[in-house]
Design a protein around this ligand. Structure first.
Ligand SMILES: C[S@@+](CC[C@H](N)C(=O)[O-])C[C@H]1O[C@@H](n2cnc3c(N)ncnc32)[C@H](O)[C@@H]1O
Length: 233
């Protein structure tokens, strides 16, 4: 189906999809959740069109990452690569003050839903930014949003090309506090797409940084999460 027809169809279905997503969110918020349950919701929230919430992660890997982030008692989490908000749902459970998540895509439709991700009683505010992380103006927007504060955790899961992920790392690492964590998705070398080149950067960082890997199966194709602890703190 041509792209404009797909968008039109999504817009027409928007009120129905929105009602379904609101119901699912209410169900999600109806009881106190464990981290494992939150990961399960991130993978299986479901929905349609712009209101789909989903993450393409290996549960064991994302759970290990979430536990490492939880151990930081994070106040602020920044994510490059929102997509369908699955990981944003997890960060919204963990961060006590803010989640700032960014994507190339226009997130206008998703904003009202994703901003209600934090559990009842949480003071976490979710901000969705649309734009290209490689644009200087985009970095300026994030700088303004952070207003001098540093993130406890930065998840880099946007542009997966070697140049793209390297630029994101170099441009945004300054926003993470000493002792904080920077996470990278898709670090394994065997990848389904030739443009998934995160492993090039990961191979360079590994010998010179304090790192940890969450890889479910050493022979897997795709996925794999790497974390790097920012020195100090
Ligand atoms: C793999 S998905 C993110 C998945 C999400 N973190 C999750 O697991 O639920 C990558 C997303 O990054 C976005 N992206 C790619 N390049 C980007 C860039 N330069 N700036 C901002 N977002 C980008 C894409 O639009 C896509 O939605």
């Amino acid at each position: 189906m041509p792209r404009f027809l797909k968008t039109l169809s999504r817009r027409l279905r928007q009120p129905f999809n929105s009602r379904y997503a609101t119901r699912r969110l209410k169900e999600y918020h109806s009881q106190k959740r464990t981290l494992e349950e939150v990961v399960d919701w991130a993978m299986n929230f479901g929905g349609g069109g712009f209101m789909t919430v989903k993450t393409l992660q290996i549960p064991a890997e994302i759970t290990q990452l979430a536990k490492a982030v939880q151990a930081l008692n994070p106040k602020i989490i920044v994510e490059i690569g929102t997509a369908r908000g699955g990981t944003s749902l997890i960060w919204s459970y963990l961060a006590s003050e803010r989640v700032i998540t960014c994507d190339l895509n226009d997130m206008t439709f998703q904003r009202p839903l994703f901003s209600r991700f934090p559990p009842p009683g949480s003071n976490c505010q979710v901000t969705l930014l649309s734009g290209n992380s490689h644009d200087a103006s985009f970095k300026a927007r994030l700088t303004k949003e952070l207003n001098g504060e540093k993130a406890d955790f930065l998840f880099i899961d946007g542009d997966h090309t070697e140049a793209g992920v390297t630029a994101d790392y170099n441009d945004y690492k300054e926003f993470v506090r000493p002792g904080g964590i920077i996470g990278f998705h898709d670090i394994v070398e065997k990848q389904p797409l030739a443009t998934n080149q995160v492993y090039h950067l990961w191979k360079r960082l590994k010998p010179v940084s304090d790192v940890q890997e969450f890889v479910n199966n050493p022979n897997q194709c795709g996925f794999g999460i790497g974390i790097l602890r920012v020195p100090g703190g």
